[in-house]
Design a protein around this ligand. Structure first.
Ligand code: IMP
Length: 216
């Protein structure tokens, strides 16, 4: 496997050397608008630059788990993983949280339209159980414009959870379209298109154990 750049920032908020903006055609793909010409049927490792190594991911997830458990004490937490992107993060996070945890999943898919999320989210798989009176934690892979998370918060709030908070592995705060206060975040990253550890490009790259910037 060939990597162009394996260097990493010193800490999880210093990403100065990854400063180029994300390419619009990739955003079009993210929101399902069209199938760009580059999108092949096999992973292209030459286009990947490791942004967060497997070791740093796992170390941060263990910390996050402790932060979350400390916040809730010994109360049961209903973790709601947002499919598909969060499946790998969810699996590691619930083990890092420990104690009483319920695992639920929500399938969502953004409708097409423009090069950015329209915020119109289609539920492809709803929760199997009521969440009334439970401490709920939405587990996402990445918050970008914030429109998906904003929608999910509104959708779940009306179901009467005791508390409703968010946990996202990645956050691109510079790209927000709606104001959103995040509760637990793994890494703040620059406005780059990333793949790996659950995040995909054309359904590929989800099985990489690290996060990489994809440069076409
Ligand atoms: P938002 O509604 O713009 O916050 O978008 C959230 C969703 O967009 C995520 O759950 C991902 O599915 C997708 N997304 C945003 N940025 C990226 C990225 O860099 N790589 C892969 N998917 C992304």
């Amino acid at each position: 496997m060939s990597m162009q750049n394996n260097s990493e920032p010193e800490n999880h908020t210093d990403w100065g050397h990854y400063s180029s903006p994300a390419t619009p055609w990739l955003w079009a793909r993210v929101n399902g608008q069209s199938r760009p010409a580059h999108q092949g049927v096999a992973m292209d490792h030459e286009k990947l630059n490791v942004l967060i190594s497997e070791e740093r991911l796992q170390a941060r997830i263990k910390e996050l788990g402790k932060e979350i458990r400390a916040h809730y004490g010994d109360q049961c937490i209903t973790c709601i993983g947002v499919l598909k992107g969060s499946f790998m993060f969810m699996a590691d996070l619930v083990r890092a949280i420990g104690g009483d945890v319920r695992c639920e999943f929500l399938g969502v898919s953004s409708y097409q339209g423009g090069t950015k999320s329209t915020g119109v989210v289609r539920i492809t798989e709803d929760l199997r159980h009521p969440i009334e009176n439970q401490h709920c934690l939405i587990v996402e892979d990445i918050i970008d414009t914030g429109l998906t998370m904003d929608y999910l918060l509104k959708l779940l709030e009306v179901r009467g959870p005791k508390t409703l908070k968010t946990c996202s592995l990645l956050d691109k705060p510079s790209n927000r379209d709606v104001p959103l206060s995040t509760d637990f975040v793994g890494f703040s990253i620059p406005d780059e298109f990333v793949v790996g550890y659950g995040l995909d490009l054309g359904e590929l790259y989800r099985n990489l154990p690290y996060i990489a910037v994809y440069s076409p």
